[in-house]
Design a protein around this ligand. Structure first.
Ligand SMILES: [Zn+2]
Length: 52
């Protein structure tokens, strides 16, 4: 259980959960490629069961 710095997940929240495109700005934003909403601070979307 390493709790040291250097977490690569610091930029994962910028990646589109749908196509994997890197967002041009900090979320919440919308992917300019597929139009999917990029949530802020969401690294485990598998825990989301809500169907909006
Ligand atoms: Zn996308």
């Amino acid at each position: 259980m390493s709790d040291e710095g250097g977490d690569p997940a610091c930029w994962l929240h910028r990646v589109c959960p749908e196509c994997g495109l890197f967002a041009v700005e900090d979320p919440p934003t919308v992917c300019e490629r597929c139009g999917v909403e990029v949530p802020a601070g969401g690294e485990a979307p598998a825990d989301t069961h809500g169907r909006g």
